[in-house]
Design a protein around this ligand. Structure first.
Ligand code: HEC
Length: 107
C-alpha cells in the first residue's frame, strides 16, 4: 500500500514539474532574442525602418498589433518565427509597454 502511495506522489510531482512555468513555451527572453536577431536588421538607427519604442504603445495595442496578420513588409520576418516565437515577442513588447507601472525586478 505504501509503495503505491509513494509512486503516486512521484507521478503527481512529475506532472507538476512538466507543466510548471518553466515548461511554458512563450518566454519574453526568447522574444528579446528574436527581436535582436530578426527585427533589428531593419529597426535600428539609420536602418530601413525606424527604431521601435516599446513604451510607445499600451499592452492592449501591442497585443492588437501581434494578433493581426503581418504587413507585406513584415511577411518575411514573421515567416522566420513560429506561433510561440510571435507569442514570445508579444510578451517582450508587453513587458515594456507604456501602461506597465511595475518596477523592473528580477523577472
Ligand atoms: C525588412 C525590414 C523589416 C523587418 C525585418 C522588420 N520590420 Fe517592422 N517595419 C518595417 C517598416 C518599413 C515599417 C514601417 C515604417 C516604420 O515604422 O519605420 C515597420 C513598422 C513596424 C512597426 C510599427 C507599426 C505600427 O503600426 O506602428 C512595428 C511595431 C514593427 N515594424 C515591428 C517589427 C517586429 C516586431 C519585427 C520583427 C519580428 C519587425 N518589425 C521586422 C520594416 C521591417
Amino acid at each position: 500500500m505504501q509503495k503505491v502511495c509513494v509512486s503516486l506522489m512521484g507521478l503527481i510531482l512529475l506532472s507538476f514539474l512538466s507543466s510548471g512555468p518553466c515548461a511554458a513555451a512563450a518566454d519574453w527572453r526568447e522574444g528579446k532574442d528574436s527581436f535582436r536577431s530578426v527585427c533589428s536588421s531593419c529597426h535600428k538607427t539609420r536602418g530601413e525602418a525606424g527604431r521601435i519604442s516599446l513604451n510607445s504603445k499600451t499592452r492592449a495595442e501591442w497585443s492588437a498589433f501581434f494578433s493581426q496578420s503581418p504587413a507585406p513588409v513584415h511577411q518575411q520576418a514573421w515567416g522566420k518565427l513560429d506561433k510561440d516565437g510571435i507569442s514570445s515577442l508579444e510578451l517582450y513588447f508587453r513587458k515594456h509597454a507604456k501602461d506597465v507601472k511595475e518596477l523592473l525586478g528580477c523577472g
